[in-house]
Design a binder for this molecule. Sequence first.
Ligand SMILES: NC(=O)c1ccc[n+]([C@@H]2O[C@H](COP(=O)([O-])OP(=O)(O)OC[C@H]3O[C@@H](n4cnc5c(N)ncnc54)[C@H](OP(=O)(O)O)[C@@H]3O)[C@@H](O)[C@H]2O)c1
Length: 403
Amino acid sequence: MQRQRLTILGSTGSIGTSTLDIVRQFPERFHVTALSCRNRVRELAEQIQEFRPQMVCVGTAEQAQWLVDHIVQEDLQVVYGEDGLVHVAAEAESDLVVAGIVGAAGLRSTYAAVEAGRNIALANKETMVLAGELILSKAASTGSIILPVDSEHNAIFQSLVGHRSEDIEKIILTASGGPFRDTPFSEFSKITLQDALRHPNWEMGNKITIDSATMMNKGLEVIEARWLFDLPVKQIEVVIHRESIVHSLVAYSDGSFIAQLGLPDMRTPIAYCLAYPERVPLRVPKLNLAEIGKLHFEPVVPEKYPCLELAMQAAHCGGAAPAVLNGANEAVVEAYLQGQIHFLDISRILKAVMKHYVNQSDSLKILSFSDAVREDVPNAIRSIDDALLADQWGRQQAAGLLQ
Ligand SMILES: NC(=O)c1ccc[n+]([C@@H]2O[C@H](COP(=O)([O-])OP(=O)(O)OC[C@H]3O[C@@H](n4cnc5c(N)ncnc54)[C@H](OP(=O)(O)O)[C@@H]3O)[C@@H](O)[C@H]2O)c1
């Protein structure tokens, strides 16, 4: 069997290193041809020595020079910056591009890979939030297949196999509820950054960990699911499931619910994408249901998770609203990680940005696309530039409020 050639964008991150662990387990099956990082060049250098890619991308020209000076691999092509990422995504010899960059920074490279007709293992949910419709229509024209890595979307994807889309009643995304699921809202004012970074079930990068604590992550996932599975937002439900064993479900019209279960380990959904449509005998801890004993499901308490509500409203609103919210969220989460604001400020600032976006001064209850027609933000996402402009507008509004 020919080895599958992999490009891993964001190889030094949580998704990237989990992917490399799978490659390590199945060297006869997978082969890394390209890697990328932004800052962690020393980790990248170790990966280069182990996996011998043909092409790598780093953040800056200085980092690229550092790599050239420190790596003895004559055939290695080293590029840098956003143009470098786009080059790697589109030009590296590859059968599958793992989109594992965090945030809107992953959009251009993912789009370039789709444009080049590459198959994508998509972890970078922000790509779908910013420009889902555009990405899917480009994929349809280039023949690029998009396989969802996010555990919830991967579970839905697996639960859809062999079924007709017209038989779907709804999809149910499970959410752990993050570290504050048992904290009363009255105690939220005492939350520290360390508390928010302590996810009960998953080990992930900092940005998604904070998004999980606010449940903005689940909101972004609703938007991602809306595009990936071509469903209106009203057919997407969120339920809290504290064990993170049932990764998501599809409810069909005859009353059947089909789910995918497993221990919370991202290597399982990543391996599914890498080997699709086959499966590999992955060495990961396996689920023992008798040991787990009970599984719990609870409704979301909206008061505790205003970011989820904001994202749902942005999803209903459509147009540029999800991109605006995403940009604002990235700026605010970055400020939170830097210790500049309190946990409760995250949703306060995001709410203020979205109110401003729809030109409303009091309630954000009714967001409608027509309310959101503005001159300084694109009203629809017709290009990647539109998506990035809307995202940038959200960031700027948030930055103004942060000051
Ligand atoms: N982690 C999970 O379990 C998980 C689960 C589901 C979905 N996801 C999604 O997967 C994506 C990656 O998440 P993660 O947790 O793996 O993030 P992470 O651990 O923070 O890693 C992010 C990766 O992207 C690179 N990167 C960051 N900013 C960049 C920029 N501006 N330009 C180029 N590269 C950049 C980082 O390079 P440096 O290391 O050099 O900074 C790193 O390799 C996110 O969209 C997240 O929502 C993650």
